[in-house]
Design a protein around this ligand. Structure first.
Ligand code: AMP
Length: 490
């Protein structure tokens, strides 16, 4: 299969060829014709599958094929709106539009918070065809009457699950109200919760539906290992592993922003160059940390889950879970950062007694037991008693929102019966403002791609999805390739 055979114009084929793409990835093979056909699309795909070109290329083609008149003042209308959860992803998508659209003559702008708004206003005034935006900044710009969305023809929600996790649902609904009713909607999501299903049901009209596994299934390319250790000795063990094993380009995940800062500081004291990347860092600091990490001048990048979204670094050799995530799907996202592009990678988790229930949840989700190895000199105290771990704020919690301060807590080590265990507040930890813990709501059933389908036949074919009631196979554990289910191409 070639890009030309998918119905793309010579300009687009030339641009991707110059960028080194010869063969479309599975998501591209399916998404490009679906988007070109003009209908709505529901796609289950993660970063790393080539999903961005999967929607950017056919969008560019549609814009080039169907030209429209300019606004009265001669300004080109915004015809495509791409919403992303994070600044990094917005910048990355806009860069892809520039690369793939090198010969397509479509103006693209990217707007996100954390940087000055005036240059963005100036760019919008000059007129753009494709606008990539994070919801908050787009709302600000719309509130200041600097952006007109009344002529949007195509809406893309990229990483929609993360947008909902980050509490953007109200902003999304407000943005939807600013758009013309008659438009094409494309929804990309790595996971399918009840909220995504509800959003898909209200947003999409008889969507084509596609789902792909990661381009390089990490199950084969990634070694996963657990190192049991006492909670107070994790930092010491991490420094020991990095030094004795000569690790470079190590992506370390912590549960909280405060934890990320503290760990980066301590690693530097140990003589290991490290920077933290999270939502409280300025955009400049985040960009600098990422570029130093990419060029391997920085040995360790300490990140929270939210900040790590949108980071696209191929062949990352080491991912370390300094804290296990309380949302098992986050483990899959995290380890998907290593072993990409056919390279082998190593995903290490430092697990203390407080995190045993999290580990059980993860192993149930990925349907395998992760190999455990105690490092000599770091043997955990067998008599240690589990302490509660503070959870993330509830879904929808926003900065300054008092309801967001109401965090669920649970002792991972002591909870009975999995997700629902209650716990007392034992220690306070800062947290990513936008994250949430609702995925773990006791008894809440999880939806699949197929439940978002309106076709009963499709639903009948769908696998059970609650990782607890009936464990599902995560995307990364599936064989590489495409599973097409239900839906239709218009
Ligand atoms: P994405 O999932 O869109 O973030 O893409 C992940 C990575 O795959 C990016 O580094 C892209 O440049 C790369 N990529 C996308 N499509 C192709 C392709 N057809 N051939 C080779 N690499 C690709």
């Amino acid at each position: 299969m070639s890009f030309a055979k998918l119905g793309l114009s010579a300009e687009l084929v030339r641009a991707v060829a110059e960028h080194g793409y010869t063969v479309p990835t599975p998501i591209q093979t399916q998404a490009i014709p679906a988007v070109l056909a003009g209908g709505d699309l529901l796609a289950g795909a993660q970063t790393g599958t080539g999903k961005t070109a999967g929607f950017v290329l056919p969008i560019l083609q549609r814009l080039m094929t169907h030209r429209v008149p300019a606004h009265a003042g001669g300004r080109r209308p915004v015809r495509v709106l791409i919403l992303t959860p994070t600044r990094e992803l917005a910048a990355q998508v806009a860069e892809s539009v520039r690369v793939y659209g090198k010969y397509a003559k479509q103006a693209c702008a990217v707007v996100y918070g954390g940087v000055g708004i005036q240059p963005q206003i100036g760019e919008l005034r000059r007129g753009v065809d494709i606008l990539v935006a994070t919801p908050g900044r787009l709302m600000d710009l719309h509130g200041q009457r600097c952006v007109d969305l009344s002529r949007v023809e195509i809406l893309v929600l990229d990483e929609a699950d993360r947008m909902l996790d980050m509490g953007f649902i109200r902003d999304i609904r407000r943005i939807l109200a600013m758009l013309p009713k008659n438009r094409q909607n494309l929804l990309f999501s790595a996971t399918f919760s009840d909220e995504i299903r509800i959003l898909a049901d209200t947003l999409l009209d008889h969507p084509a539906m596609i789902e792909v596994a990661r381009r390089n299934a990490t199950v084969d390319a990634t070694t996963q290992k657990i190192h049991p250790v006492d909670r107070d000795r994790k930092r010491e063990l991490l420094s020991h592993l990095i030094k004795t094993r000569n690790w470079f380009q190590v992506l370390v995940f912590t549960r909280t922003k405060h934890g990320a800062n503290k760990l980066a500081e301590q690693l530097n004291k140990d003589g290991i160059t490290a920077l933290a990347i999270h939502g409280n860092k300025s955009q400049g600091a985040r960009t600098r940390a990422l570029s130093e990490f990419k060029t391997a001048t920085l040995q360790v990048l300490v990140a929270t889950d939210i900040a790590a979204r949108g980071i696209d670094i191929d062949q990352l050799p080491h991912v370390v879970n300094y804290d296990l995530p309380n949302v098992p799907e986050d483990y899959v996202h995290r380890i998907g950062r290593t072993g990409r592009a056919g390279a082998t990678g190593e995903a290490i988790s430092l697990v203390c007694v407080d995190e045993h229930a999290f580990l059980r949840d993860i192993e149930r989700l990925i349907k395998r037991e992760i190999e455990s190895e105690i490092i000599a000199g770091f043997e955990p105290d067998r008599r240690a008693v589990a302490q509660p771990i503070q959870q993330r704020p509830q879904r929808g919690a926003r900065a300054g929102d008092p309801s967001g301060a109401k965090s669920r807590q649970r002792s991972a080590g002591t909870s009975q019966g999995g997700r629902g265990g209650a716990a007392t507040h034992a220690r306070k930890r800062g947290d990513e403002r936008t994250a949430q813990g609702k995925r773990g709501t006791p008894g809440a059933p999880r939806a699949t791609h197929a439940t978002a389908s309106r076709s009963p036949a499709t639903q009948a074919r769908s696998p059970a999805t609650s990782p607890h009631a009936a464990p599902r196979t995560p995307a990364y554990a599936a064989k590489p390739g495409v599973r097409r289910f239900g839906g239709r191409y218009k």
